[in-house]
Every structure is written in structure tokens, then in C-alpha cells.
Design a protein around this ligand. Structure first.
Ligand code: ASC
Length: 147
């Protein structure tokens, strides 16, 4: 047991010590993973808030996780991550400020949804949820490749 424990610790240390600049492939893979968590939390929130699922006690934890990911959105598109298996359009990097503004609304709208859920006012939550959807859609319409 002792041996196993120390070998796990050594592996973790080794992994940490080799952490380096991500490859574009990993940056894209990670970006998609974070975006998918956002879609998942939005689906969860919508189903609980819409009364389809009885899981009220998890509403805030979904919203907290969504806001954390929303905060990260603006950091998910570093220069050089626009080619490969991605639907991200070059316009993101051509239009730096426009995109930064859109990413900022992902942050502020998800934070506002979290705060509305904390507040517990149904109308405010509904409004904030719609703003999050509008933020997703606005950014995707302009900056994501259409299938
Ligand atoms: C989601 C999801 C999106 C957005 C968008 C909002 O849950 O996966 O891409 O919300 O549909 O309009």
C-alpha cells in the first residue's frame, strides 16, 4: 500500500513537472471539453428550472460551474488555436476586440445567472437564463462555423 501510494505521488509530481505550453490539438480539445460542460450545465439548469427534473438542490451547483466556465471562455482561444479540428472561425483572431467583448458577455451573463439563482426570484432567473442563451447564440452565430 505504502509503495503504491508513493508511486502515485511520484507520477503526479512527474506530470506536474513536465507541464508545458499546450499543443494546438490539446488547446482545441480542452476548449471543446469546456464548451461541452457549459452546454451540459445549461441543459441541467433548464430542465430543473423548467420543472422537468426534481433536483432543485443542484441548481446552484450547476450555475456555479457554468459561471466558472463562463469566466474561462475568453482564455480558450489563444493565438495559434484556429486551425485543426475546430469550428472556430478566423474572425475570432481577426476581430480581437469584438470577440473579447463577446467572451466577456459569456462571463457576465453566466455570473448574473448564478447570482439570480442565489437570489431565488423566478422571473429574474428566467431572464438571466435567456441572456445566457443569447450570449451563446450571439457568439456562435458570428464566430463559429455553421454546419
Ligand atoms: C446551449 C448550447 C449552445 C447554446 C445555444 C444558445 O446549451 O449548447 O450552443 O446553449 O443553443 O442559443
Amino acid at each position: 500500500m505504502r509503495r503504491i501510494t508513493s508511486s502515485v505521488a511520484i507520477s503526479l509530481l512527474a506530470m506536474a513537472s513536465v507541464a508545458q505550453a499546450a499543443t494546438p490539438e490539446d488547446t482545441i480539445k480542452y476548449r471543446k471539453a469546456v464548451m461541452e460542460t457549459m452546454a451540459g450545465h445549461i441543459a441541467g439548469i433548464s430542465m430543473i428550472f423548467g420543472g422537468k427534473i426534481e433536483a432543485q438542490e443542484y441548481l446552484l451547483s450547476h450555475a456555479e460551474a457554468l459561471a466558472a466556465a463562463g469566466d474561462e471562455v475568453g482564455k480558450l482561444f489563444p493565438a495559434g488555436s484556429g486551425t485543426g479540428k475546430t469550428e472556430a472561425l478566423p474572425l475570432i483572431w481577426q476581430e480581437g476586440d469584438g470577440f473579447r467583448k463577446a467572451a466577456e458577455t459569456a462571463k457576465t451573463s453566466t455570473a448574473a445567472l448564478r447570482d439570480a439563482i442565489k437570489g431565488g426570484d423566478k422571473a429574474a432567473i428566467g431572464k438571466a437564463l435567456k441572456s445566457v442563451g443569447d450570449s451563446c447564440k450571439g457568439c456562435h452565430d458570428r464566430y463559429r462555423h455553421k454546419d
